[in-house]
Ligand binder design. Structure first.
Ligand SMILES: [Zn+2]
Length: 429
């Protein structure tokens, strides 16, 4: 909502000028880190979004009545140069009064300087983002979405596979998971692909299982809840990235007998429309035994092959996340998704994706370290992971070594977004 009802932006976010110090270019022009609303002293300032008012001090230049309104999605809005503010810790709904316009601090005239922070509590040139989504926010625009990633092992009887897949879909459907990414549905998994498709349909999901196509043998798959689909669009794609072991040993002239084996690994993707905009989801299964960058196995460097996957994820993310589209990823990285900056910490190899673990600063065990992730595209400022959990065998009793990662996200919709179609209408496939 407009934080100064009846007034509009007089100096926009991102404008360049010599008196601003953030993100300076070669000619010493910095950017304006907020949006200014010029209005007379005493004009009512309201909460653009609901949240909790915090009295803050991000420097004398912003005056003596600064506040942040910390939103439920973990971002915050910053209000500066005001002459009055409501009490610390006041919970406000959108459009509720939070203060009055002033000219305190470094201001050339009375105005509200309005910023949006990715993380509450501090001011920094790379913590603020375009506040337009906060200004555009309206009560119908905040969406909560659950996602899941299932890393499975299906080297079991058909009956046990079937029971496991049913339990996964039953849980995901009951919890309203919008989409599920997963692995271990290649040809070698003995019928898992067809079971996923059939059981997934029963629980109201549309699936892309590439190994059911005659010329593809890769094990990643994606299921999207029919209730998410706001149009007929369900675009599927597959990009081969790491050749199969058979192919690589052939190229190396290595006898494959007794060596570790894998089917082709690539990027499995879908694209569809939701009530909060167009969404792309990608899934992948990285190569195993790749934790040591220097180690070669039978003349093959698994770490370097996984770097190729990181590059593929990056290229896809940039394309799928163009404009207002949102991009998500779920995968079995087979490498430790540790803290950024630590050895092997970034399983995206610099690709602009952040795992739910890095975002929430916790790294639970998902088998052999934190190897299963759900991730969001770094430029999707409208998306914030609010919770994530890894369910191990103890919590989620299945027949084999399975891990289920679940994450929730708050997603800010776009104003003027088309209303959803009648829910439950399945797309093809
Ligand atoms: Zn300003």
């Amino acid at each position: 909502m407009n934080p100064v009802p009846g007034f509009s932006i007089t100096t926009p976010y991102g404008m360049r000028g010599p008196h601003w110090s953030c993100r300076r270019d070669s000619s010493r022009q910095g950017v304006h880190t907020g949006a200014d609303f010029a209005a007379p002293i005493g004009t009512t300032v309201v909460a653009a979004r609901p949240g909790t008012v915090k009295h803050v001090n991000h420097g004398a230049a912003f005056g003596n009545h600064q506040i942040e309104v910390v939103s439920e999605d973990g971002t915050s809005d910053f209000y500066a140069h005001m002459s009055k503010r409501v009490a610390h810790n006041t919970k406000v709904v959108a459009t509720q009064k939070v203060g009055e316009v002033g000219d305190e601090g470094n201001a050339t005239g009375p105005h509200l300087h309005f910023e949006r922070f990715q993380r509450p509590g501090f001011w920094g040139c790379f913590n603020n983002t375009d506040p337009q989504p906060s200004i555009d926010w309206s009560p119908r625009l905040l969406h909560h979405v659950r996602m899941a990633h299932a890393s499975l092992q299906f080297s079991l009887s058909r009956k046990e596979k079937e029971e496991d897949i049913e339990r996964i879909f039953e849980r995901c459907a009951r919890r309203g998971a919008a989409w599920i990414t997963g692995t271990e549905a290649g040809r070698g998994a003995g019928g898992s692909a067809k079971l996923l498709l059939d059981i997934g349909h029963t629980f109201g999901y549309t699936l892309w299982v590439p190994s059911l196509e005659p010329h593809i043998d890769t094990d990643a798959w994606i299921a999207v809840s029919n209730s998410m689909l706001a149009s007929d669009l369900f675009k599927t794609d597959y990009l081969p990235v790491i050749p199969s072991s058979r192919e690589l040993y052939k190229r190396q002239g290595v006898n494959p007998r007794g060596k570790s084996r894998w089917s082709e690994k690539g990027l499995v993707t879908v694209e569809f429309d939701t009530v909060f905009g167009r969404v792309g989801v990608a899934a992948a299964h990285y190569l195993h035994r790749a934790r040591n960058p220097q180690r070669e196995l039978d003349g093959i460097n698994h770490f370097e092959l996984n770097r190729r996957m990181g590059r593929a994820v990056a290229a896809w993310g940039r394309e799928a996340g163009e404009g207002t589209d949102l991009a998500f990823y779920g995968g079995d990285q087979n490498m430790n998704d540790g803290k950024n900056g630590q050895p092997q910490g970034d399983t995206f190899f610099g690709a602009p994706f952040t795992s739910c673990w890095d975002e929430l600063q916790k790294w639970p065990d998902t088998g052999h370290g934190t190897i299963d992730v759900i991730a969001t595209y770094n430029r999707d400022n409208r998306v914030k992971i609010t919770a994530a959990d890894a369910l191990n065998d103890k919590k989620f009793r299945l027949h084999q070594d399975h891990y289920l990662v679940e994450a929730s996200a708050a997603i800010v919709g776009l104003p003027g977004q088309a209303a959803p179609r009648v829910q439950g209408v399945a797309a093809s496939n």
